[in-house]
Design a protein. Structure first.
Length: 118
């Protein structure tokens, strides 16, 4: 059974940083794309960042390019999202996801909330 467990969310002031972690288990981590998504109150879930199985290619939403960095360590079955220069509009619940491609994710974590105050 695949499990994805996020951690690292919290309250931060605008301009600050947070690092989210997602620990995966249940299948061969290094075989799958990993992604981060977020859902703000009253809005639909949106893609934030993705990384290919070996970490060679990374994808970002335009809204976070230059501020967020996704990375992974296949030996630790973990993916991270380093978030810098945070803005109030980054406030959301952040979800980790695992899938076959950057367009198809089939397992999701429970989410970790991030609140950015002005």
């Amino acid at each position: 059974q695949v499990q994805l467990v996020e951690s690292g969310g919290g309250l931060v002031q605008a301009g600050g940083s947070l690092r989210l972690s997602c620990a995966a288990s249940g299948r061969t981590f290094s075989s799958y794309v990993m992604g981060w998504f977020r859902q703000a109150p009253g809005k639909e879930r949106e893609f934030v960042a993705g990384i290919t199985p070996r970490g060679w290619t990374k994808y970002y939403a335009d809204s976070v390019k230059g501020r967020f960095t996704i990375s992974r360590d296949n030996a630790k079955n973990t993916v991270w999202l380093q978030m810098n220069s945070l803005k109030p509009e980054d406030t959301a619940v952040y979800f980790c996801a695992q899938g076959e491609s950057r367009w198809k994710y089939d397992y999701w974590g429970q989410g970790t909330p991030v609140t950015v105050s002005k």
